[in-house]
Design a protein around this ligand. Structure first.
Ligand code: PLP
Length: 406
């Protein structure tokens, strides 16, 4: 098993060690192997995929479809027809809301989500509920971010048509009991949509084991370029859905009045596809598999433990979510007494430390925990213990800088 430090050399941006990058939940860094794979695609196979009958176009198509197979295998999908490339998790979730939700949710039905959802898994469902006269029901977590069985069994009912839930919260870092919720939701006849933006980079995902009907992920949070994401959908559901966007090679036959659509998955991929970044996503998946989820999880737990132990020694810091570092998926959200999170992030930036501050695209959760905004440090496997120590040292000086004395 390789040590996490063996991989750091592959990340050019981290090489100088000048910056401490603790905003991995927003986007990860990309290793040389991913960037080279993208460059190689454009240098050797650049043509419009899925269209041309000449070598380069066919090579581009092969590269694109190979990336689809890599995604299918990575998340345990039965077939490549169940994998649709999108720009990101947000687009994947909107696709489900527009193409499945608007057609299948009716007046008086209910959609169940959690108050912890990222806006990307909230606003599309608000839209469906408003347009179709359905009710949006919110599951609420306890202090540690846990959705209890009682909570979901009391709110998911025969009226529920869709349960949309984040696999891992981007604020608490807690992993939701998706498998149990999916089982219960299915017993009530609901379809289960999982936002996997924060889980796919950090843990082995098997969509069949999870029992979900849809699963969305973003490449840029898992070492791939920005602008490529994926949606898994069960074949029988995708088959019966209308396209989300129209035009390009997603057709079978077009007349002046009408059109029939291509087979899965191309029915959902309108316009010129992002083959270059799909190739980058395949390289990212290979890279993650080479590092191994065991190594990734072990390093995240080690760093999160060090981080939370250090924060616990600062009485003016409040950490949100579980007290157990193993339940944070590398994400630690906190506030500092008397210092606005934006000021905190700016002071740390002066020391070349990158963290996130704000509402984390989860404003209803901020309202629920009674914080207008929070600070969030999030680590990945290429971060080091030394970086955590430096971060804690710099953090301990922030209040001084803000005029609170030593
Ligand atoms: N869902 C969760 C839980 C996230 O953390 C994010 C991004 O931070 C998203 C969805 C949206 O991802 P993207 O901006 O890649 O669409």
């Amino acid at each position: 098993m390789s040590a996490p430090s063996d991989f750091r050399k592959d990340f050019e941006i981290l090489k100088s060690g000048e910056y401490i990058y603790f905003d991995n939940a927003a986007t990860s860094q990309r290793p040389r192997q991913v960037l080279e794979a993208v460059t190689n695609f454009y240098n050797t196979a650049n043509a419009n995929p899925l269209r041309g009958l000449y070598d380069w176009s066919m090579a581009a198509t092969d590269a694109y479809e190979s990336a689809r197979k890599a995604v299918a295998d990575f998340i345990g999908a039965d077939s490549t027809e169940e994998i649709i490339f999108t720009r990101n998790t947000t687009e994947s979730l909107n696709l489900v809301a527009y193409s499945y939700g608007l057609e299948n949710v009716h007046e008086g039905d209910e959609i169940v989500i959690t108050v912890m959802e990222h806006h990307s898994n909230m606003l599309p469902w608000q839209m469906v509920a408003k347009k179709n006269g359905a009710k949006l029901i919110y599951l609420e977590p306890d202090e540690e971010g846990v959705i209890s069985r009682e909570e979901y069994t009391s709110k998911i009912t025969d009226k529920t048509k869709i349960v949309a839930i984040g696999h891992v919260s981007n604020v608490f870092g807690v992993t939701n009991p998706v498998k149990e919720i999916a089982e219960y939701a299915h017993s009530k006849g609901a379809v289960v949509v999982v936002d996997g933006a924060q889980s796919a980079p950090h843990m082995a995902v098997d969509v069949k084991e999870l029992g979900c009907d849809f699963f969305a992920l973003s490449g840029h949070k898992m070492l791939a370029p920005m602008g490529i994401g994926a949606l898994y959908g069960k074949r029988e559901l995708l088959d019966n859905m209308q396209p989300f966007l129209r035009g390009g090679e997603m057709i079978e036959y077009v007349t002046r009045e009408d059109a029939t659509y291509a087979e899965l998955p191309h029915k959902f991929e309108a316009g010129t596809v992002n083959a270059g970044d799909a190739v980058g996503l395949e390289a990212a998946i290979k890279y993650i598999q080479n590092v191994g989820f065991e190594t990734i999880e072990a390093q995240e737990v080690k760093l999160t433990t060090l981080l939370m132990d250090g924060l616990a020694k600062m009485p003016y810091i409040k950490v949100y979510g579980s007290k157990d570092p193993k339940k944070h998926c590398g994400i630690v959200t906190f506030t500092m007494d008397g210092v606005h999170p934006h000021d905190l992030a700016s002071v740390l930036n002066d020391d070349r430390v990158c963290i996130r501050a704000g509402h984390h695209c989860a404003q209803p959760l901020m309202q629920f925990i009674g914080a207008g905004s929070t600070a969030r440090a999030s680590v990945y496997f290429y971060n080091t213990e030394d970086e955590v120590k430096q971060f804690l040292d710099r953090l301990s000086k922030v209040r001084e800088v803000m005029g609170y004395g030593a």
